[in-house]
Design a protein around this ligand. Structure first.
Ligand code: CIR
Length: 254
C-alpha cells in the first residue's frame, strides 16, 4: 500500500494561533519546529512518505493541515474552516491534492467543516457538530460521501475544539477518548475510556502501530497491553494551541 501523508511546515506566526477551550500559554516557536520535524521523522520511520503542502506563513494555525480537507478514497473534500482566520489555508491543500491526482469537491457557504471534526473508520464517518462544523457542512459532506458507500453520522461536540480532540480510533476500530471530554460515548459501539486527555489522540501508522503524544504515558501502557506498538512524540507546543497528533498530517492511504 502506498502510504503518503500531507504535512505543512509551521508558520513563524504559530504563537498567534487560535485558542478556544483552554487558556493561552506562550508557544516556543523554535521548539515547535523541532517537534514538528520529529513528528515528520516518526512518519518516515514508520514507512510513510510525506508531501509538504506549500507553507502559509500568514496563517498562524496552518501547521494543523488536517483541518483543511477530508479525503475519502480518491475524493478530496476541501473544507470550509469554521474560523475565518483559517479559511485561506485551504488553497494550498487543494493545489497539492489536485497535483497528486485527487478528485476535488468543496464545502460551500453557508456550510463550515474542519477536517479535525471528522473521524473515519471502515466506511463510517462521524462528524462533530457544535464547534467549527455546522449542519450544512455535515449535509454537504454526506452528499459527497454517501454515493461512495459511506455512512455519515453527526455527533454532538461541546467540550473540546474538534471531534478528534475528543476521540480517535485504534486500528481495530475501538474508539478511545478521555470520558470527561466526550459528550456521548454511547455513540460508539466499542468505546474505551483512557486515563489521560492526551491519550485520546492516535494516528494509525499501520495495523499494529499507533503514533501518540508523549504526554499520555499511562494510556501508552494501556495500548501496549492490548498488543499495540506505540510511537510517542513530544507535542507540547502544539497542545498549547489545542492541536494534537492527528491534526499535523493528512493520511492518504490510496
Ligand atoms: N484537528 C485539530 O485538532 N486541529 C487543531 C487546530 C488548533 C488551532 N489552534 C485552531 O483553533 O484551529
Amino acid at each position: 500500500m502506498n502510504r503518503t501523508a500531507l504535512v505543512r511546515r509551521p508558520s513563524p506566526r504559530l504563537a498567534d494561533g487560535l485558542v478556544t477551550h483552554i487558556d493561552r500559554r506562550p508557544v516556543d516557536v523554535d521548539l515547535a519546529l523541532r517537534q514538528w520535524e520529529a513528528y515528520v521523522t516518526a512518519l518516515h520511520d514508520a514507512g510513510w512518505q510525506t508531501v509538504e503542502v506549500p507553507p502559509a506563513d500568514g496563517c498562524p494555525d496552518s501547521v494543523f493541515v488536517e483541518d483543511t480537507v477530508l479525503v475519502y478514497g480518491n475524493l478530496a473534500v476541501i473544507s470550509r474552516p469554521g474560523a475565518d482566520e483559517r479559511k485561506p489555508e485551504t488553497a494550498g491543500t487543494e493545489t497539492t491534492l489536485r497535483d497528486l491526482g485527487y478528485r476535488i469537491a468543496h464545502i460551500e457557504a453557508p456550510g463550515t467543516l474542519d477536517g479535525g471534526d471528522v473521524l473515519k473508520h471502515d466506511g463510517t464517518v462521524w462528524v462533530g457538530l457544535g464547534g467549527r462544523t455546522n449542519q450544512a457542512g455535515v449535509d454537504q459532506l454526506a452528499a459527497q460521501l454517501e454515493p461512495l458507500g459511506a455512512t455519515v453520522i453527526g455527533v454532538p461536540l461541546t467540550k473540546v475544539l474538534h471531534l478528534k480532540s475528543a476521540v480517535t480510533a485504534l486500528p481495530d476500530g475501538t474508539v478511545v477518548g478521555f470520558e470527561p471530554l466526550v459528550d456521548d460515548p454511547s455513540v460508539w459501539p466499542r468505546f474505551l475510556a483512557v486515563p489521560e486527555e492526551a491519550g485520546s489522540h492516535v494516528v494509525v501508522l499501520d495495523g499494529g502501530t499507533v503514533l501518540m503524544s508523549a504526554g499520555a504515558p499511562r494510556t501508552k501502557e494501556l495500548f501496549e497491553a492490548r498488543g499495540l506498538r506505540v510511537v510517542a512524540v513530544d507535542l507540547t507546543e502544539f497542545e498549547k494551541l489545542e492541536g494534537c497528533v492527528t491534526c499535523l498530517s493528512v493520511r492518504l492511504r490510496g
